[in-house]
Design a protein around this ligand. Sequence first.
Ligand code: TMP
Length: 211
Amino acid sequence: MTEGLFITLEGIEGAGKTTCMDHLRSLLEQAGIAFLETREPGGTQLGEELRQLLLGHKHTGMSHDAELLMMFASRAEHLQQKILPALDTGQWVLCDRFTDATYAYQGGGRGIAFSRIQVLEDWVQNGLKPDLTLLLDLPVELGLERAGKRSAPDRFESEAMEFFDRVRQAYLELSRKEPERIRIIDASQNLEAVLAQISSVVKPYLQSSIR
Ligand code: TMP
């Protein structure tokens, strides 16, 4: 049985994950909660090396299955080395993307059946899921416009608009299946309004952690 709370942040490119992560971090710090902040793919030395392979342009034509398996290889290492030990000692875990991203990108985006992804999820996670997922949702055009103002696109950011449309729809489908866990944040609003939505979703969890 785990004790800490496992919170993940999801969304398409340009949704504002970095700013929202900053906000989540300060909410937890203010509440005096010990937490691990991490990301996927990545979070461990092996995971960060896999991230370079997955996001870089060296293997542009990698097979969809290889991409999927590398996401789960990174996740298996991350769970064993970082996430489970933190949760077991009562720390919270704040993770920038997790398995919902696999359903959205490899499932929705690449077209791999959800049932195949589920096999790997069951194998690697053995029933563990985030307690709370904040899905930053916004129209794809707006996200790509915002993301386009940043540095050179990685292997995923180089995909076409239709790819991100499928990613967004898959995320929304996941949230319809698990509305209690996956909470939609309207990320098309101005920054202040987005952060206020995050605070109102997270605050009840912070209050219930005060014993
Ligand atoms: P980001 O964390 O900077 O957004 O970049 C990670 C990229 O990796 C992003 O484009 C989404 C993608 N990704 C997947 O395709 N599948 C996954 O399971 C995860 C965790 C990320």
